[in-house]
Design a protein around this ligand. Structure first.
Ligand SMILES: [Zn+2]
Length: 158
């Protein structure tokens, strides 16, 4: 969760959590999502959590630990549907796993990576090679994947 226990249960933020929001460490949507998850957790006796969020248009990408992805979605997708409703946004779940960048990217995009060409300039950037047939699914995730792994990412389809 991105806010403390006290703030999860109230509608205002304590000074420590306000500070995080002010300095950009967390976003408004992280606060909302944390509180919604807390509500679901209490009601269903579970412990859903997330790592980060990326907003892209009307969509909210929620990055969760790979181990917890199934629980986050819930039986028949009920948890994720509830969250979408309450937050008024389409939610797309992205799994973050441990391991090599290749493995992490494959999990995020849900498609196999043929190879990664690393380009070193002022910032490290990745040219990620993916089969052409995954283009429609993968292309829209370009910015999101870059933000999640903290590198400049571009996809090449071949
Ligand atoms: Zn707090």
């Amino acid at each position: 969760m991105k806010i403390c226990k006290v703030c999860l249960q109230s509608n205002i933020l304590c000074s420590a959590c306000s500070k995080k929001l002010d300095n950009g460490e967390i976003k408004e949507i992280d606060v909302k999502l944390s509180r919604e998850l807390h509500r679901i957790n209490k009601k269903r006796d579970t412990d859903l959590d997330f790592l980060s969020t990326v907003q892209d248009g009307g969509k909210l990408f929620v990055v969760v630990d790979g181990k917890h992805a199934a629980r986050f979605i819930g039986p028949g997708g009920r948890n994720i549907k509830k969250l979408s409703q309450d937050l008024g946004k389409q939610i797309k779940l992205l799994e973050k796993t441990e391991g090599s960048d290749k493995h992490v990217i494959e999990k995020l995009i849900g498609a196999p990576v043929i190879g990664i060409n690393k380009i070193y300039s002022d910032i490290e950037s990745y040219k990620v090679r993916v089969e052409k047939r995954y283009m429609r699914q993968v292309q829209p995730l370009t910015d999101v994947v870059g933000k999640i792994i903290g590198k400049k990412v571009s996809f090449v389809f071949e």
